[in-house]
Design a binder for this molecule. Structure first.
Ligand SMILES: [Fe+2]
Length: 295
């Protein structure tokens, strides 16, 4: 869907290359030569409902997050039957992308009243139905709820943007080709821990909405991070970069590139606590080892 959205721009506006798509291009005049209808066959990216395109720059080993309001698809056809044949590992990695959109969309600095409710509902749907969809792909109620969750999360996060889990996920995926949802989902609990107190009230709101108690003396950020790690374990998603079988020497050798990619990612600007270069490197090391963030 992202590729189609980019190709459509190049088709209708041959003077604009896909990697030049940015928020400041106005009056693209799209829709004169074609319309675009997106039909998702996974339940996660929400790309059918967003005005974002993520492209891989293979030469520069990075992912480009490109945004322009005029590139939103004209039509989205969200039919759970189209996603019914997804194998469990794609169901889980794409599903956790939807969760990451919703959590980041609910807590970014661009969060707003129009996206809050949508994001909360999407979070709830993923917690309730993703394990079912992974366990039994023929469970059409779970498939439908996940299809809805993904589109809702797409509508939510595109209007408030994603944050650090996406910046780090894009960075890792650009260098090591980890599937998008798996990468951002892996970084989500670390992101919640890193942002921590800055958004404590919002972590508490999410946890309350999920009917999860916060024990006395514990922070809502820690409780939510733990709940997401439990969910990830339950659906066989990795909790650390090490579990992706990326050798430590290769990871260390790529560190400078990874940190540069994180800090240059468009989503970093709306992160409620923006890391320094040194913090980004430490964050990635902790995520490699599976250590909870304590700085
Ligand atoms: Fe995503």
């Amino acid at each position: 869907m992202d590729a189609a959205k980019a190709m459509r721009v190049e088709y209708e506006r041959p003077d604009i290359k896909a990697d030049e798509i940015n928020p400041f291009l106005s009056d693209l005049g799209l829709g004169k030569k074609c319309k675009i209808a997106c039909v998702p066959t996974t339940s996660g990216t929400g790309a059918e409902a967003t005005f974002c395109v993520v492209l891989s720059d293979t030469a520069d080993q990075r992912k480009l997050s490109l945004i322009n309001r005029e590139i939103v698809p004209d039509i989205a056809i969200v039919d759970p039957a189209c996603a019914a044949s997804m194998p469990p590992s794609i169901t889980s990695s794409t599903g956790i992308d939807a969760l990451t959109h919703a959590v980041e969309g609910f807590t970014s600095t661009w969060k707003n009243d129009f996206t809050d409710g949508i994001c909360l509902k999407a979070i709830q749907l993923v917690f309730q139905y993703l394990p079912r969809a992974v366990k039994d792909g023929s469970d059409m109620e779970a498939r439908e709820k996940m299809a809805n969750a993904a589109t809702l999360a797409g509508i939510g996060f595109i209007n408030s943007l994603a944050a650090l889990a996406h910046a780090t996920g894009h960075a890792l995926g650009g260098v090591f080709h980890t599937p998008h949802g798996r990468a951002v989902g892996l970084f989500l609990p670390y992101t919640i821990e890193f942002i921590g107190d800055v958004r404590e009230d919002l972590w508490a709101e999410i946890v309350r909405f999920l009917n999860i108690d916060v024990p006395k003396g514990k922070k809502a950020s820690a409780v939510l991070a733990e709940a997401i790690r439990d969910l990830a374990k339950n659906i066989n998603e990795p909790l650390s970069i090490k579990e992706l079988n990326i050798p430590k020497d290769k990871f260390d050798a790529a560190m400078e590139k990874l940190v540069d990619n994180v800090m240059a990612d468009g989503t970093i600007i709306v992160t409620a606590r923006i890391p320094s270069f040194a913090e980004a490197a430490k964050f990635l090391q902790y995520a490699y080892e599976g250590k909870s963030i304590d700085f």
